[in-house]
Design a binder for this molecule. Structure first.
Ligand SMILES: Nc1ncnc2c1ncn2[C@@H]1O[C@H](COP(=O)(O)OP(=O)(O)OP(=O)(O)O)[C@@H](O)[C@H]1O
Ligand SMILES: [Mg+2]
Length: 418
């Protein structure tokens, strides 16, 4: 194609301009997948036209060029393959996060693997194994797909508050070396109810564009407002938006949902998650392990860890963590005072009255002899006199004398009545 750009118009030039719409279409088609050399030629043509005073035609070409730039930004042409088998662009620290149009509040928080705590949360063997399987499958997604196995890309984690669900989800992402797009649905739903459906759409579009784990935390928030009669229509829209977006995302990237109240979840939402992982409250051994985990740099004797675990039956990791923090304060401030642990436990039992087993709770506030006896006789604790001494700050012979005296008093007391 030869276009004459001479200022003094010739019949030839007129005929080219007459057919400029074809030139324009040619340029647009070419720019859809343009090499740098081709792009350069379109730019040359635009500049030449501008120089000749053909402003309209020149700006038509400018617009073709900018549109091409914009589409290129959106298209997954800069696809990367990495450890986790996901397609998509790389999320960087400068990537703009979608915001609510009215309030400009960010709709998600991006958390990078390097910023996630490296130590694994502590769970029993069964849960650990289940988590291991999820990570393994996600890491080998491609290899498994080749042998016709499609591991699920969606996982719902549920369990009591404070059992370590959010921490677990973040840790899984760290293991996969993927950033997390963390969405707190409670915030999203309560503050922007009117625009929630649109925000959900924008969030998913964003997450689908990048290599990431989409983490939908506090999932039950949507279920909770469902019962509000004034919001029925809106919530229906929100749930529908969520379902549609979950369906689209299913084949795109990893999604983790978290909830404290799985029963409140819409069954349709619940079904969207192929893996459903329940996080139980920690048992005696796990509670002791969790207490030991949060103890450093303070060194607590094993008897202290066991007693902490015994008194926190039914408690969550978060509660044990906070108890250990109090214990560390107490033992550091009053190092010579060995009653630090009992004081801490009393404080815990007072502040968490409903959570501590009532019999064990009563022991803390009764005379020390009953407590010592319970510790000695409990089959799980199975404390020796030395262990009890370590807790009460007495030596073991004093403890055994105290227990002996009481036993004697009891048997004496029994004679007259017997
Ligand atoms: N199993 C655990 N192992 C290690 N740390 C734990 C565990 N459970 C709880 N924690 C600690 O408790 C705190 C709360 O954990 P996290 O926020 O993950 O709980 P959650 O289950 O998401 O709670 P919520 O439902 O209230 O959001 C964290 O600081 C975490 O370190
Ligand atoms: Mg949480």
């Amino acid at each position: 194609m030869r276009i004459t750009m001479a200022k003094n118009a010739t019949p030839q030039r007129d005929s080219v301009m007459e057919h400029f719409s074809i030139v324009q279409a040619l340029c647009r088609a070419a720019m859809a997948d343009a090499s740098p050399a081709l792009r350069k030629q379109v730019e040359r043509l635009r500049d030449a036209l501008a120089k000749d005073g053909e402003a309209k035609q020149s700006s038509a070409l400018t617009s073709i060029l900018t549109t091409a730039d914009r589409t290129k930004e959106l298209a997954p042409s800069r696809i990367e393959r990495s450890k986790a088998p996901l397609l998509g662009e790389i999320l960087g620290r400068n990537t703009p996060v979608p915001v609510d149009r009215e309030t400009s509040a960010a709709l998600a928080e991006i958390i990078f693997p390097a910023d996630i705590e490296s130590s694994a949360p502590l769970f029993n063997a069964t849960v650990r194994q289940a988590i291991g399987t999820i990570i393994e499958e996600w890491e080998h997604f491609d290899a498994l797909a080749e042998i016709d196995i499609r591991p699920s890309k969606t996982c719902l984690i549920y369990g009591a508050p404070g059992t370590g669900k959010t921490r677990l989800a973040l840790w899984i992402a760290r293991e996969l070396d993927l950033p997390v797009v963390l969405v707190k649905l409670d915030g999203l739903v309560s503050s922007f109810l009117g625009t929630t459906a649109r925000n959900i759409g924008n969030l998913f579009t964003f997450a689908n564009r990048y290599r990431c784990v989409l983490l939908l935390d506090e999932f039950d928030a949507i279920a909770k407002v469902r019962d509000d009669p004034q919001e029925v229509g809106e919530i229906k829209r929100v749930v529908n938006a969520l379902l549609q977006n979950l369906d689209i995302r299913r084949d795109v990237g990893f999604t983790v949902g978290i909830t404290n109240h799985p029963k409140l979840l819409d069954p349709a939402v619940w079904r969207r998650f192929e893996v459903q992982l329940e996080i139980p409250k920690p048992d005696f051994d796990m509670r002791k392990t969790i207490a030991a985990h949060f103890m450093p740099p303070v060194k607590a004797p094993d008897s202290h860890l066991r007693l902490i675990s015994w008194f926190t039956e039914g408690a969550t990791g978060a509660e044990i963590e906070s108890l250990v923090r109090t214990y560390k304060k107490a033992t550091t401030v009053r190092e010579e005072d060995k009653r630090g642990l009992l004081d801490t436990l009393r404080q815990f039992a007072t502040l968490n009255a409903a959570r501590v087993q009532s019999e064990r709770r009563a022991l803390l506030f009764e005379d020390s002899t009953s407590l010592f006896r319970a510790m000695r006789d409990d089959p799980i604790l199975n404390f020796s006199m030395a262990d009890i001494g370590e807790i009460s700050g007495k030596d073991k012979s004093t403890v055994s004398r105290q227990l002996g005296k009481q036993a004697a008093a009891l048997s004496e007391g029994e004679v007259p009545n017997g």
